[in-house]
Design a protein around this ligand. Structure first.
Ligand code: PLP
Length: 367
């Protein structure tokens, strides 16, 4: 039994053709491809002479984080205190929360507890709350806005915030930025990578001229990671690269043979001409719908089959002109954005060498 029915349509990589015996919908990870993705990013950052601190919000998995550290990652990036707590408990002792953490009373207590067991640093992008962070004794990285215009400050403002940290008694380890605007389209990627390097270079230069020491100059998204590993950038934080997804395919960041995770689904209904229904809806595929993409996922091996609509438990798929799978067939769906999909599942179904190899918990799910 083949997941894709690839024999009836375009050829698909062998790993999409396995595991008929799993309950669907399921989040499947291909161990061999996962390891290749982990190794190639580790090799590339090592060759560029910079540290790799992968973003663990993509996989939320201590099993996968262990593989990343074994391949040479210096520590983990996380998005939330909840993720930091889970990874600290699992034994990861060098964590960076790449987020402007608001030091509420509860956050201060949690940070305090974390800082007693692991090395933990957090992002800041305003002078509000600095003294509360100083009380905890964590070091910070100042977030720079390099063009996404989400969080972060413009590089020309970095000395002002650096001095405010100094006055509050807060140790500044350096700066970080994220080129989220690289996701606008294939033509945006190289420009966004240059924006990252330029923002980091301007900030490092200004801080050093002002006599403020910079040890960490951190950049990186999956689309830009290899391009921005240069200049004063000395750390990269890609996350999605471990699995890749339909967005990375559309951006030209990878080919289908680099996709290491997908949602396995069963065709459950086929009563309307030109479409069929799978048992993966918004509670399995998530609802991310970047402007770059049509629909919510694609089915490798089934020509232009695209998930065009989602209910909670139904995914409506446009049937290829050359014919689609039959009711009862299992298909693989490459989702638009794998990070939000992972957070919908309790576990990964792990496939290795074309065989079912077991399951891994999504350790920090919901955190
Ligand atoms: N750093 C920060 C601050 C992020 O927000 C993200 C992703 O959202 C990343 C790193 C990782 O980027 P990517 O998902 O493109 O690998």
């Amino acid at each position: 039994v083949r997941l894709t029915g690839g024999d009836r349509n375009t050829p698909v990589p062998a790993r999409f053709e396995v595991v008929p015996q799993i309950d669907t919908p399921a989040l499947v990870v291909d161990l061999d491809q996962l390891q290749r993705n982990i190794d190639s990013m580790a090799d590339a950052t090592r060759a560029a002479g910079i540290a790799l601190r992968p973003h663990a919000k993509t996989h939320k998995s201590s099993d996968i984080a262990r593989l990343q550290l074994a391949a040479g990652a210096v520590g983990l990036t996380v998005a939330t205190l909840g993720e930091a707590e889970i990874f600290a408990k699992a034994g990861f002792d060098d964590l960076f929360v790449a987020y402007p953490v608001w030091p509420s009373r509860s956050a201060v207590a949690r940070l305090h507890a974390l800082s007693e067991r692991v090395r933990i640093r957090v992002g800041v992008d305003s002078d509000a709350g600095l003294s509360k962070l100083a009380d905890v004794g964590v070091a910070v990285l100042i977030e720079l806005d390099c063009g996404q215009h989400r969080s972060g400050i413009p590089p020309h403002d970095v000395v002002r915030l650096g001095r405010a940290c100094e006055r509050a008694g807060l140790e500044v380890s350096g700066v970080f930025t994220h080129a989220g605007h690289s996701y606008a389209g294939p033509e945006a990627v190289a420009r966004a990578a240059r924006d990252e390097v330029e923002a980091v270079a301007a900030a490092v230069c200004a801080l050093e001229r002002a006599g403020l020491e910079v040890t960490v100059a951190s950049a990186g998204s999956t689309p830009t990671a290899l391009l921005s590993a240069t200049g004063p950038v000395n750390e990269s934080r890609p996350g999605t690269y471990v699995f890749n997804d339909r967005q990375q395919l559309a951006l030209g960041v990878c080919e289908l043979d680099r996709v290491a995770a997908y949602v396995a689904a069963t065709v459950v209904s086929n009563n309307v001409d030109g479409r069929f229904v799978i048992d993966a809806g918004s509670k399995a595929l998530a609802g991310d719908h970047p402007p770059l993409l049509e629909g919510f996922g694609s089915l490798p091996g089934w020509d232009d089959a695209v998930v065009t609509a989602l209910s909670e438990h139904h995914g409506t798929v446009r049937e290829p002109a050359s014919g689609g799978p039959r009711v009862g067939d299992t298909v693989a769906v490459v989702p638009n954005h794998i990070c939000t999909v992972v957070n919908l599942f309790d576990r990964f179904v792990v496939v290795g060498g074309g065989e079912l190899a077991g399951t891994w918990p999504v350790t920090a799910r919901g955190r």
